[in-house]
Design a protein around this ligand. Structure first.
Ligand code: GTP
Length: 551
């Protein structure tokens, strides 16, 4: 083998080196869109430019032909790989299955086989001659299959790839079209180089600048895919977030025309975003808050639907400068609202139930402490409160009168006039006691025809006088059953705190003894335990101590 290195072969070598470097860089970042195919493309360019360098450096014709055939490996695969790169860049890679990719390489494989076996048929090149430029170049006179399979197919792939790149001008956000344009320019370079070569208009005839052009394209693509492309991610992610956001966003100009709207907002308005963009914002409730700061609640009523929105309006600023127009952020709080309403309803129901239960409890408590026939307190209440009253009397150094009342001959009333008449008498006594007792006094029915009256701050004398007054008034009452009129009397026994005792049991026991005395001595009388005040029977004195609520 004999080699003659020239400037041109060195340039091809530089192109191969550049392509190899870019290929390695791209392969390392192959997860980036397009980078994997850029790496493969650069491998093809490396083979192409490397073989070209060796072809250009070889001085032997046979060797030149050999490297030239190897060059076809790169020449044929580079346009297909360029197309695949462009498809990947357009995010069409998922549509390209392995089988379709293999199909794309069928013609290049056939072409390669034809190039290798060209000596037998001369369909790829029919002849060659040294270039008059003198740079150790060969000029090939291409055969018909070269134009059809090599040039034709390669141009087809390049054309399709370039069209796909053109598509990206619409595919990516408008303010990033600059980068797409750079990519387009990168794609034009091999076109230009190859056209020069095939048309024979290159100053050094026989020199194919295409691999060098592809190496330049590789640099441009690497710059775009591996550097600038990363910058795309942020706005694309932002755009995706805008579209994927659960909150609705509407951008309006100062005239309240919708400039942009995300799917969530369009969904709330019940119309596609494309229809709403460019139209005046026609929702009065939103217009009312569009110029206001802070959060506002707005109700949206659509056909058969109602949404409650929390709307926040923001001015649109860039680098601290207000640009005009507003951005409305709409948060659908209908579910939250409905949940709050349901919670409130549940709370109100619960509160009503608690109120009912409390009322019921109060009623039950009242019932538990009251006698159902007369409405007076019962024994239970007395037992609960008497010890408290005694403690208070003790604290205040006050006496307390405990009077036990029992109706006289009540069985006879029942027997003669009936049980209802008996009840009437019981109620009359209860009513009398209620009316003639103070608020601080405790009046209760123990059961049957037995009543107890507790008079705080009343000593023996005072207590006796008040019970005596009550006895007289009661005996004055008249009852009527059909045409028959009758009256009733009671006997009463009194025990007092502190002289007779300081417990319910003791006071009850002594009052009962006094009552027994009263019954034994003719009934219809009030007796003090121990009977110490028999002289207190004169009516004027009694009347002076009467506590009457009667008109
Ligand atoms: N109508 C009515 N009678 C009742 C009630 N509770 C008890 N009695 C009656 O009260 C009567 C009490 O009778 P006794 O204990 O013999 O007493 P008494 O007839 O008053 O005789 P003395 O106490 O000795 O005067 C009984 O007939 C009971 O049935 C009631 O709620 N209503």
């Amino acid at each position: 083998m004999s080699f003659v290195f020239t400037t041109i072969s060195a340039t091809a070598g530089l192109a191969a080196l550049s392509a190899a470097t870019i290929g390695i860089l791209a392969w390392e970042r192959r997860q980036v869109t397009g980078a994997r195919w850029l790496a493969w493309l650069m491998l093809a360019v490396t083979i192409w430019a490397g073989s070209a360098m060796l072809e250009l450096s070889s001085s032997m014709l046979r060797e030149k032909i050999f490297w030239s055939k190897l060059e076809y490996l790169g020449t044929l695969s580079a346009p297909v790989l360029f197309f695949l790169l462009a498809a990947d860049y357009n995010q069409l890679d998922k549509a390209l299955r392995l089988r379709s990719i293999a199909m794309l390489f069928l013609i290049p494989l056939l072409s390669l086989a034809l190039a290798i076996s060209n000596e037998r048929h001369g369909l790829i090149w029919s002849s060659y001659q040294p270039s008059p430029s003198g740079y150790n170049l060969l000029i090939f006179n291409h055969g018909p299959l070269f134009w059809l399979l090599v040039a034709g197919y390669s141009y087809l792939m390049m054309l399709l790839g370039s069209l796909l790149l053109l598509r990206t001008l619409h595919f990516y956000p408008p303010h990033y079209r600059g980068q797409s344009l750079i990519l387009m320019l990168g794609a034009i370079v091999p076109w230009a180089g190859n056209l020069l070569y095939l048309s024979g208009n290159i100053p050094l005839r026989g020199l194919d600048p295409t691999p060098l052009c592809f190496a330049i394209t590789g640099m441009v693509f690497a710059f775009d895919l591996l550097y600038l492309r990363m910058l795309y991610v942020v706005p694309i992610a932002r755009g995706n977030a805008f579209n994927a956001m659960g909150d609705g966003i509407v951008v309006i100009d100062p005239n309240k025309t919708v400039l942009d709207i995300n799917p969530a907002a369009a969904n709330l308005f019940g119309k596609p975003a494309a229809v709403l963009c460019g139209q005046p914002l026609q929702i009065a409730a939103l217009l009312a808050v569009a110029d206001q700061d802070g959060a506002h609640q707005v109700e949206l009523n659509g056909p058969g639907s109602r949404a409650i929105l929390e709307v926040r309006a923001f001015p649109i600023r860039e680098s601290g400068v207000t640009l005009g127009g507003r951005m409305l952020v709409l948060r659908d709080i209908s579910r939250q609202r409905r949940a709050e309403e349901a919670l409130h309803q549940a709370y109100m129901q619960l509160k009503n139930r608690i109120d009912e239960i409390e009322t019921l409890q109060d009623t039950l408590r009242e019932q538990a402490l009251h006698d159902p026939l007369t409405g007076l307190y019962n024994r239970r209440y007395l037992e609960e409160t008497l010890s408290r009253e005694i403690s208070r009397a003790e604290r205040e150094q006050q006496p307390l009168t405990f009077a036990l009342i029992d109706l006289d001959n009540f069985k006879g009333v029942n027997d003669r006039y009936g049980h209802m008449a008996g009840d009437q008498v019981l109620c009359a006594l209860a009513d009398l006691l209620r009316r003639h007792c103070r608020q601080a006094d405790i009046v209760c029915r123990l059961g049957g025809e037995e009543f107890i009256v507790v008079l705080p701050a009343a000593d023996q004398r005072n207590g006796w006088m008040r019970l005596e007054m009550l006895r007289r008034r009661f005996s004055d009452l008249r009852y009527r059953v059909e045409a028959v009129e009758f009256s009733s009397t009671f006997s009463c026994g009194i025990a007092c705190y502190p002289s007779d005792g300081n417990s319910f049991a003791k006071l009850y026991q002594l009052a009962d003894m006094a009552l027994y005395e009263a019954k034994a001595h003719g009934k219809n009388q009030v007796r003090l335990h121990g009977n110490p005040l028999q002289e207190l029977t004169d009516i004027p004195l009694l009347q002076a101590h009467m506590v009457s609520k009667e008109p």
